[in-house]
Write a protein that binds this ligand. Sequence first.
Ligand code: PEP
Length: 249
Amino acid sequence: MRRPLVAGNWKMNGTRASVAELTESLRMQDMPTSVEVVVFPCALHVMQVVDGLNGAAIDVGAQDCAADVGFGAFTGEESATQLLDSGCEWVLVGHSERRLIFGESDDVVSKKFVSALECGLTPVLCVGETLEQRQAGKTVEVVARQLAHVLAQAGVQAFGRAVVAYEPVWAIGSGLTASPQQAQEVHAAIRAQLASEDQRIADGIRLLYGGSVKAENAAELFGMADIDGGLIGGASLKANDFGAICRAA
Ligand code: PEP
């Protein structure tokens, strides 16, 4: 049995005051113990949120990490080493906003994935196709290529300590959600790709769906055989909505 996981990506949102409010409201939510919950504030707010959620069953992660571990001359970056030191346990890697706006290649994403694991963080590897790629019938091919790159660099055993999030780019922040069947098809393909290298890893790994998940559509998506939870953007900024999504998992 895979334990459901719901992750909230707060992106570049919040002030110290609003983050304190959100954190406090999350503490008040009735979170199901059967579901693992993690939030990803911006790096500046990580320590505040770690302190604010102390004692609550909600983990904290970062939205990105440097490709290199340790310390060094990489202005503006945070290494997995530093994130761990700040209280993070998780990190997103390869979010489509990083890939598309900041030009992160599969190679860089793979290095970040390896660095996160090397430091003891759990990486959530994000993969997904653009609308153009979906319309060209290339969804599974694109996702398989993104996954293959990381598999080649990290090895399949690394996925025993990782999570993969399928996030169609056209569904992120757009209000458009992949249908449960569309999402399931890609999740099944991801699991089959991992199974072709190691069945045990494929059976155990949690695969999340992300892209305009709301309280109203969460249960149906999470009810699909290969969808083990969600990566939630916009709706994770409202504690009540996020709580409802967690309870749907
Ligand atoms: C995301 O950015 O990872 C995401 C899924 O966003 P939203 O839920 O707002 O579509």
